[in-house]
Design a binder for this molecule. Structure first.
Ligand code: 5GP
Ligand code: ZN
Length: 115
């Protein structure tokens, strides 16, 4: 838990957020500024700053994030039509919140290309 981190505050319930699923290690939250009809952020409950800050001990959390994304995609009705999972890292990657998160985007045809 970081005292200044917005995602930690949402995961702990201190700040309101539309949480779609949560377990002891991973939480899925609807993005406040959606870029697609379905835009969900899947993140560890624990404050891990980014992919760059991952350690061996945290490695399983990424797998659990992908599994939660898979379940949320099914419930949001985009499992069949398809979706995109994106993790931004650092400044050039476009990361604006320093708490590791995976974007789940779907519900429309996403453009090709990598930025
Ligand atoms: P990044 O740019 O770091 O990859 O993604 C950060 C995402 O967090 C953005 O899509 C932004 O809309 C979302 N976001 C930022 N602050 C909040 C918040 O307070 N609540 C929610 N639900 N999403 C947020
Ligand atoms: Zn945090």
């Amino acid at each position: 838990m970081s005292e200044t981190c917005i995602f930690c505050k949402i995961a702990s319930g201190e700040v309101k957020g539309e949480i779609l699923e949560m377990d002891e290690e991973v939480v899925a939250l609807r993005d406040i500024h959606p870029q697609a009809p379905v835009h969900v952020l899947v993140m560890p409950v624990k404050h891990i700053e980014s992919v760059a800050a991952l350690t061996e001990g945290d490695a399983h959390v990424l797998g659990r994030m992908a599994l939660m994304a898979q379940r949320v995609a099914r419930r949001e009705g985009v499992a069949e039509s398809g979706y995109r999972l994106v993790v931004n890292q650092g400044e050039h990657g476009g990361q604006t919140v320093a708490h590791l998160h995976m974007h789940l985007l779907g519900g429309r045809q996403l453009r090709g290309g990598m930025g």
